[in-house]
Write a protein that binds this ligand. Structure first.
Ligand code: SF4
Ligand code: SF4
Length: 330
């Protein structure tokens, strides 16, 4: 329970807490102590140097083990809408934010919330659609919607690659913002829907804009998406997904109790931080810092999108997908 509360605090923008010794399990304390021994320290540092000296060492040397499946998933899910509309097969109708799948209502959780607040009454079809989508995404990990279905995630991931290349040359910066901004905006968007009777967020959400553009054709709203991507390339890495998007946050709440998690193993970790460098939400990987893990195995926090990039980046396999309560790793 304490883990879930901490996880939700992190999702809302809370800073990672500093642990006192009595909050760390005996097994983890022993392992931290063992790793601090001069011989073990030397071994670990030598391994890190060895890794960094690899000629292929760069952001792009990581494997595409999960990325290729994620990109395929995003493309397939979004193409399903496009193909259904253009060939009138009526398999999926609508867009990613609200649709009907073989006649069955599906609704993105955040859109459903915005619509309910704007219209101030509960539509039964919307409830059915929301519960269905909620259960589906809960099963695969809450914020998995972000990295496995969201069209903006894909373009923003490509923009991030450009950003990192440019930052490496000193042509782009990554201005840090306060993560609590997303919680404040979440409340503002909800209040706007309630106060105006319009789903204001939907008008500026790049998720809906891209989904509709793919299905019905490009519109002027794409200029807004281009603007957001420019901010991400030049000034703030993953600006929208890290600091603004209420959709990601809504799915994050589901993620706090989802059966599929990323599991961290303290014993296998070198603490060099490759995982945190690639992560969209590096605060969930706080336990990978030296002496910060409170147990020998831990699940990463609710804000995790289950993208698998930390797994691809970790040279020692300290991070893996896992179904809670089972010994099985994926
Ligand atoms: S945070 Fe929002 S825009 Fe980013 S991937 Fe998630 S749903 Fe898409
Ligand atoms: S913790 Fe790993 S799986 Fe989760 S968002 Fe970060 S990189 Fe992706």
């Amino acid at each position: 329970m304490r883990g879930i509360v901490q996880s939700i605090k992190g999702l809302l923008g809370g800073a990672p807490r500093k642990l006192s010794q009595d909050q760390i399990t005996e097994a983890a304390r022993q392992l931290h102590k063992f790793k601090r021994q001069p011989e073990e320290r030397k071994k670990r540092i030598a391994l890190i140097h060895e890794e960094l000296e690899q000629p292929s060492y760069s952001f792009t040397h990581y494997s595409f083990k999960w990325r290729k499946w994620r990109w395929t998933s995003i493309i397939l899910i979004n193409m399903l809408f496009v193909v259904s509309f253009h060939f009138d097969v009526q398999l999926v109708e609508g867009a990613l934010t609200a649709s009907r799948f073989v006649g069955f209502h599906m609704a993105d959780l955040n859109s459903a919330l915005q619509i309910t607040l704007a219209h101030k009454h509960i539509v039964i079809n919307l409830v059915i659609g929301t519960v269905t989508v909620g259960i589906l995404w809960w099963l695969v990990g809450g914020r998995a919607f972000c990295s496995w279905a969201c069209p903006y995630h894909l373009v923003s991931e490509w923009a991030e690659m450009v950003h990192l290349w440019m930052a490496g040359k000193g042509w782009a910066s990554d201005l840090p913002l306060d993560r609590r901004m997303r919680t404040v905006l979440y409340v503002i968007f909800a209040m706007l829907a309630l106060g105006t009777g319009y789903t204001v967020f939907e008008a500026i959400s790049p998720v809906g804009i891209l989904s509709r553009a793919l299905i019905y054709g490009a519109g002027v709203a794409l200029i807004w998406v281009g603007l957001l991507l420019s901010v991400e390339v030049f000034f703030i890495r993953r600006f929208w997904c890290r600091y603004v998007c209420p959709i990601g946050m809504t799915y994050g709440f589901l993620g706090s109790v989802a059966p599929l998690v990323i599991e961290y193993k303290l014993e296998d970790c070198l603490h060099e931080g490759e995982c945190r460098q690639v992560c969209l939400v590096p605060h969930v990987l706080e336990m990978t810092k030296k002496s910060r893990a409170e147990d020998v195995t831990m699940s990463v926090g609710a804000d995790c999108t289950r993208c698998g990039m930390c797994i691809e980046a970790c040279p020692t396999g300290a991070l893996n997908f896992k179904i809670r309560g089972t010994g099985g790793l994926l």
